[in-house]
Write a protein that binds this ligand. Structure first.
Ligand code: ZN
Length: 81
């Protein structure tokens, strides 16, 4: 008699976990595709590179944060070319 109740409880737990996993999958998959479509980690050119070099030189800033190969302003914490 005790085993029969345990089986019923386990069956309900299994159903609940199955539905929860399907629900979480339906929540995660759209966000995954949104993240992929936004091309994460890709730097976009916002400024003309020569204008940026002139501005940084005129203000006495280091040119270490410029990537010459890509012509972009890179962040200090990023790994670049
Ligand atoms: Zn680069």
């Amino acid at each position: 008699m005790i085993f029969k109740d345990d089986d019923k409880i386990l069956e309900n737990v299994h159903k609940i976990l199955y539905l929860l996993s399907v629900l979480l999958l339906l929540v995660v998959v759209p966000f995954y595709f949104v993240a992929v479509c936004k091309t994460p980690g890709h730097l976009k050119k916002k400024y003309d590179f020569m204008w940026l070099v002139d501005k940084m030189l005129s203000k006495g800033l280091h040119l270490d944060n410029l990537c010459v190969y890509d012509g972009v302003l890179k962040s200090e914490t990023s790994f670049h070319c």
